[in-house]
Design a protein around this ligand. Structure first.
Ligand SMILES: CC(C)(COP(=O)(O)OP(=O)(O)OC[C@H]1O[C@@H](n2cnc3c(N)ncnc32)[C@H](O)[C@@H]1OP(=O)(O)O)[C@@H](O)C(=O)NCCC(=O)NCCS
Length: 371
């Protein structure tokens, strides 16, 4: 069986940035408009008044300080509260493919590869812009890759589950050089009017080149030592948007057609599940000294607790770095972006653990070793 190496990663974020102060100001303006419009009904008790959001709460509860988005202007408009992303002509590159291409070019450059070297391309992310043809095939054509391409979706664990699919293909020789891309347009699947979650997400795309030693052109890549995946059905994080919505017009616009979660329950259930699985994985592989945790980037408090349970002590910034503070929760792209930012300092022989945990529930655990 072939060894599989990560030889390059890259990411793309749109240039628009929204700070907590800005997102709270727009949310509170929306609340004031709503409460004024429904003043009578609120007084009668038939409509519940909306409550304001606060920057202090957001930082304390999540650790998010900024998020990059494709369309700041309309998201912050209290009369709109959503991005406006005009549909493109079928002959033009789609928005999601464009983000994917931008991140992929960076990963290819780091790996010293041409797009034509790639013979397997997986676009794996939590929301896909259309049903078909696959975004992956569009990216394959736009870049000029060969071989085969397909889309996958395992919510926040799309990238780690995608890695497993690619590693299997490379190990048995079904492909030689693979691209894994996670273009996440999170601002399109969430409600900016929802006080519980309006601050959580950002838009981003991550990309990773995986290949075997035979074609590797970089010094000190990372070997994929072992991958473990786990799923357990849960209704606590849902998005009911889908192709059957139009067949039921009465509920087509209902709140559950965007991201919705029982945040506190998710917090309580996912921490022990993830900590147990990640710790067990390291212990089964006989790894006692893990230098870095590239954890899923959804919530700082969750990561602090999971890292504590794995390491047995409070994690330093170097042990469990964060990128969610500047990018928000970027779904499956988050831990790959974290890896992209924080891997250069690891020495030959050092181990790191890349992970994801999210809707499904789904958990992915990937042990990496610096060559
Ligand atoms: C979403 C999340 C940040 C919320 O944090 P939390 O500490 O659990 O917050 P809670 O929902 O328990 O609310 C705590 C209090 O803050 C209030 N609150 C909620 N949103 C608020 C906001 N935007 N501004 C101010 N206060 C707010 C609540 O009303 C509540 O106060 P109350 O009890 O007086 O009503 C957190 O639960 C979380 O990140 N969960 C895991 C999410 C996750 O990883 N999901 C995977 C997605 S991919």
């Amino acid at each position: 069986m072939n060894k599989v190496l990560i030889t390059g990663t890259g990411f793309y974020v749109p240039s628009d940035v929204i700070s907590n102060a800005e997102i709270v100001e727009s949310f509170n303006a929306y609340v004031a408009l709503f409460n004024a419009e429904h003043a009578l009904a609120i007084e009668n008790g038939t409509v519940e008044a909306l409550r304001e959001s606060s920057s202090a709460f957001i930082v304390k509860a999540s650790g998010v300080e900024n998020r990059h988005v494709i369309d700041k202007k309309h998201i912050l408009d209290p009369l709109l509260m959503r991005p406006l992303l005009p549909e493109r002509d079928n002959d033009a590159l789609s928005l999601q493919a464009e983000m994917a291409v931008k991140s992929a070019l960076k990963a290819l450059h780091k790996a010293g590869k041409q797009a034509s070297d790639v013979d397997m391309l997986v676009v794996s992310c939590s929301t896909l812009q259309r049903a078909y043809p696959g975004i992956a095939m569009e990216v394959q054509a736009a870049l000029g890759c060969g071989g085969y391409a397909f889309d996958m979706n395992v919510a926040c664990s799309s990238a780690t589950f995608g890695m497993q699919t690619i590693v299997n293909a490379l190990k048995v020789g079904a492909a030689k050089v693979a691209l894994l891309i996670s273009p996440e347009i999170c601002s399109g699947h969430m409600s900016f009017c929802d006080r519980d979650s309006h601050f959580l997400f950002g838009d981003a795309s991550s990309a990773m080149v995986l290949e075997t030693p035979e074609t590797c052109q970089v010094d000190n890549p990372f070997e994929v030592v072992s991958i473990r995946l786990q799923t357990q059905y849960s209704n606590n994080i849902r998005n009911n948007f889908g192709f059957l919505n139009w067949t039921c017009p009465a509920t087509a616009q209902a709140r559950d057609k965007w991201f919705i979660q029982k945040g506190r329950t998710v917090f309580k259930e996912v921490i022990p599940m993830a900590a147990k699985m990640l710790s067990q994985h390291l212990s089964d592989e006989g790894i006692v000294d893990v230098k870095r945790l590239w954890l899923h980037q959804a919530n700082k408090n969750m990561n602090d607790l999971i890292a504590y349970k794995i390491l047995g002590h409070e994690a330093s910034v170097a042990e469990a770095p964060l990128v969610l503070d500047r990018y928000g929760n970027t779904a499956s792209a988050g831990s790959i972006i974290c890896f992209d930012h924080y891997h250069d300092d690891l020495a030959t022989g050092d181990y790191g653990l890349l992970s994801s945990f999210g809707a499904g529930y789904s958990i992915g655990s990937v042990i990496l070793k610096r060559c």
